[in-house]
Design a protein around this ligand. Structure first.
Ligand code: SF4
Ligand code: SF4
Length: 86
């Protein structure tokens, strides 16, 4: 499932450059994750980079957007044609 950023976000910007999919951008009141691009870091890393990086624990799984590992790999492959997921 895609991750989302909670209201706890202090807009430090640390997570933006850590996302392997370029899914994180600055929003009006907090940074936001584009669910169409977030793969939970599947394809790139074994852990969620935004959650690992955030000093206040704002990113977390969005339970309303459940996806299987297979779906996340397919999403990653669509953004990285011809490449092999890690
Ligand atoms: S979980 Fe990974 S892919 Fe999703 S927004 Fe965070 S850093 Fe990006
Ligand atoms: S690292 Fe955490 S506090 Fe900083 S912008 Fe990202 S979600 Fe917000």
């Amino acid at each position: 499932m895609a991750y989302k950023i909670s209201d706890d976000c202090i807009s430090c910007g640390a997570c933006e450059s850590e996302c392997p999919n370029g899914a994180i951008k600055e929003g009006d009141t907090s940074f936001v994750i584009d669910p169409a691009k977030c793969t939970e870091c599947v394809g790139s890393f074994s852990e969620s980079k935004c959650a690992e990086t955030c000093p206040v624990g704002a990113p977390g799984p969005d339970e309303s957007r459940k996806e299987t590992k297979e779906q996340l790999v397919k999403k990653w492959q669509a953004m990285n044609p011809g490449k092999t997921p890690k």
